[in-house]
Design a protein around this ligand. Sequence first.
Ligand code: HEM
Length: 402
Amino acid sequence: MTIEKAPVHDFASDWDHSDPEWVKDPYPIWDDLRQRCPVAHTERYGGGWFPATHAGVSAVANDTEHFTSRTVVIGNGRPMEDALPAPIGVAPPITSDPPFHQIARRLILPAFAPGPVNALEPMIRSLCSDLLERVAGQEVINASSDYAQFIPPSVIKRMLGFPEQDEDLFREFVHVILEGIDEPVEERIEKFAPIEAYFQAQIEEHAQNPREDLTTFLMNAEILGEKLEPQHVAGTMILVLVAGIDTTWSAIGASLWHLAQNPQDLERLVNEPDLMPFAIEEFLRFYAPVTMARLVKQDMEFLGCSMKQDDWILLGFPAANRDPAVLERAGEFIIDRKENRHLAFGLGIHRCAGSNLARLELRVAIEEFIKRYPRFELAEPSAVTWAAGQVRGPRSIPIRVA
Ligand code: HEM
C-alpha cells in the first residue's frame, strides 16, 4: 500500500522526488529551481529541503557538524534510533557520523581498492558476454531487463559470497529499501524483517563455512581489538548490496539508453576506443543516478533557509553536475569532455567507496555491448520506464539491434 499524494504544482515550495514528472524527467525541474530558489522546500515526508546548485549541495555534503547521515534514504518516518544509534547507524559507514565514520570506512576500503577490483574484470567480461549470448538472434532486446539489471547483482553476490540462485531476491531487497518510500512506516518496517533475516542466515552460514569473501572478512574484522557488533556486520553487508546494485544498473542502463538515441556518439565510441575513459565520466556526470539524504541536527539558518531539527536535505548530486555556474555547456552531453570533475560519486567524507568497481562494471558492460552491437537504436521510446526514488535509472529500454 502506498500513501495517496496530491500532485505537485510548484517544485520550489512542494518538491517530491517520487512525483511522476520528477521521475520521468527531473532536469527541467532542477534547471528551473536553480534559477528561482535555489533551495527548494517541501512539507512532504515531514519536511525537507533540496539544494539544486553545486554550491548548495557541496555546502551540505561537506558539513557534518550541522547535518547527520543517520539515515540517507527519505521516508515518511524518521530512522529507528534504537536499531543502531548514531554515530554508527543502520548501514555503516554510509549512516555513520564522525568520528566513527572514518573507522567503519577504513575497514572496507581495501576490498574496493584498484587491485582486487581490477582482478574482477575477466569475470565481469564473461558475464556480460554470456548475458548477450542469451538474447542472441533477437531483433529487439531490453538493455535493462535482459542485460544491465543482471550485471551488478552477480558481481556483488560473488563479493559477499552469497548463493547463486538468490539474485532475484537482491533486486527485491533493493526495491523495498530504495523505492518503497511512499509506504506507511509500519509497513516498511514489516518489509525489512525478511531482509534482516536473510542477512542473519548468511552470517550463520558463513560462521559454519568461512571462506574468502567480504562477509567472512567483516565477521573477523576488529575495531580496537573487539569484533564488530553483529548489527555492524549485517548493516555493512546490506549497504554493499544496496549501494552496489541499483546504482550501477542505473548507470549502465542510462548510458546504453543515451547511445541508442545518439548514433553519432555510438559511432565515435565504436571507432575511437580511446574515447572510452572520457565517455564513462560524461555518462556518470550527465546521468548521475544517485541522490542521498541528510537530516538537520538542530534548528538553524542555513543557505538562507530556516531549517528545523530532523528536516530532510536531499543532496542532488545529479543536479549539481548540470550547474552552469561551475561547468561550461553543463546542459550538453559532450562525449569527449576533458575537464569533468563531477559529483556523481558524491563528495566529502562519504564519497563513494565503490567508485573503482562502478567504473569497471560500467566500462566493461558498454564495451561488450558495443562490440556485439556496433549499431542499435531505441525501439520504442514510450516504453522506457524509470525507477522512482533516490536512485534513478531506466528499468525498461527496448533496443533494436538488428
Ligand atoms: C555508478 C554507480 C555508483 C554511484 C553513482 C554511486 C554513488 C554514490 C554516492 C553519491 C555516494 C555518497 C553517499 C552520501 O554522500 O551519502 C556513495 C557512497 C557509497 N557507495 Fe557508491 N555509487 C555507485 C556504485 C557503488 C558500488 C558498486 C559500491 C560497492 C559495491 C558502492 C559503495 C558505496 C559505499 C560503501 C558508500 C558509502 C561510503 C561512505 O559512507 O563512506 N557504490 N555512492
